[in-house]
Design a protein around this ligand. Structure first.
Ligand SMILES: *Cc1c(COP(=O)(O)O)cnc(C)c1O
Length: 376
């Protein structure tokens, strides 16, 4: 078995008649039938069902997570929708209190009338998770490290609870990424990704993926949801994402080491109240993160600044290199005042800034914080 780093470059590769080293982008929406008039010799019929670039991408992503099947979507949230849709009306699910707000938004705004109900719990409190289980519960959705407070959920413990109650588990591994965290090794059933973030890595592709540890009726439903429902990524986006994955293992160590150094610097700065980063030895989740993550603790951190929302906004817009924008996981560093993005549903503290630490030189990132904090 090849190492994931090698698979990120070679798995799923295919060539056209030119034997090009880089795969072609097959834009054709339709594929010719065989001479018998019934068969599809290439295995492809119509590009919503499947196409060579999507197929190659799904093989590669599947290899990186070590799953049985990968199904890609036009966005991370379209992938989440496919899971919710598979649960059926009258179902109940359990969500963490600190979570990418868009996932919760789907359940509140789009699925309320479907009779899909949910309970929000502090997922770091296992008793609370168990108490939330009802006869209608079908699924536990986890996100670790979580957005934006970088809480760490004990995936093995959640998987054990879920198995005892015959529930499905999903881990949103967008922040963890297969480089830092392997949810399947801890008993999780389904890995969710917004590939828009670290997997894409350059803030120029929107996409989502679900990877299944084992094939099941849910996998079949989700595959149909993709093929028939049609929230599919385009061949160009699949090609671009496949290209980005080739450098994934080269980018991630720099994100992690920059984030660790920036977190250390900020944790010693008098104008910062708190740094949320599981790599810091005094972080409340450090021991658990050390147990279930590897190769570092990711490229995301959040800070609570002294001086409330006013100071937070001054810092975010006073940066010279670190750009003030939403999203994460790109080569460029971004900073964001989470509360104003999340709107009225937000549970983020008003003095919280989230930083997506890029792969610039760390001294330049520290100097950027230095110059802006000196002005506050
Ligand atoms: C961005 C993000 C999503 C949503 O993905 P989109 O690609 O924006 O639809 C879901 N979960 C996490 C953790 C994210 O960061």
């Amino acid at each position: 078995m090849l190492h994931p780093q090698t698979q990120a470059i070679h798995t799923g590769h295919f060539a056209d008649a030119s034997n090009a080293i880089m795969p072609p982008i097959i834009l054709s929406t339709t594929f010719e039938r065989g001479e018998d008039g019934l068969s599809f010799p290439s295995g492809y019929m119509y590009s919503r069902y499947d196409n060579p670039n999507r197929h190659a991408l799904e093989e590669k992503l599947n290899a990186l997570e070590g799953g049985a099947e990968c199904i890609t979507f036009a966005s991370g949230l379209a992938a989440a929708m496919a899971i919710f849709q598979s649960l059926g009306t009258g179902s109940h699910l359990i969500l963490p209190d600190d979570i990418y707000f868009g996932v919760r938004n789907i359940l509140e705004k789009l699925y309320a009338s479907w009779g899909l109900s949910f309970t929000v719990v502090d997922m770091t409190n296992l008793k609370e998770v168990e108490r939330a289980i009802t006869p209608k519960t079908k699924l536990i959705w986890t996100e670790t490290p979580s957005n934006p407070q970088l809480k760490i959920t004990d995936l093995q413990a959640i998987a054990n609870i879920a198995k005892a109650h015959k529930l499905l588990t999903v881990c949103d591994n967008t922040w963890g990424t297969p480089y830092f965290q392997q949810p399947f090794a801890m008993g999780i059933d389904i890995v969710h990704h917004s590939t828009t973030k670290y997997l894409g890595g350059h803030s120029d592709i929107l996409g989502g993926a679900l990877i299944f540890k084992e094939q099941s009726a849910v996998t079949e439903f989700v595959r149909n949801f993709q093929k028939i429902g049609g929230a599919v990524p385009s061949p160009f986006e699949c090609w671009l994402l496949s290209r980005s994955l080739a450098t994934f293992y080269a980018r991630m160590p720099i994100h992690a080491s920059n984030a660790m150094q920036l977190a250390t610097y900020l944790s010693q700065h008098p104008k910062i109240e708190k740094v949320m980063y599981p790599g810091l030895p005094d972080n409340e989740y450090h021991a658990l993160a050390q147990k279930q993550m590897r190769n570092g603790f990711g490229g995301m951190l959040s800070i609570l600044v002294k001086g409330g929302q006013t100071a937070a906004l001054q810092i975010a817009s006073g940066m010279k290199i670190i750009r003030h924008a939403t999203s994460l996981g790109g080569v460029e560093s971004l900073i964001e005042h989470r509360k104003s993005v999340e709107g009225e549903l937000s549970k983020s503290p008003e003095n919280l800034l989230r930083v997506s630490v890029g792969i610039e030189h760390i001294d330049d990132l520290i100097a950027d914080f230095g110059q802006v904090l000196a002005k506050i």
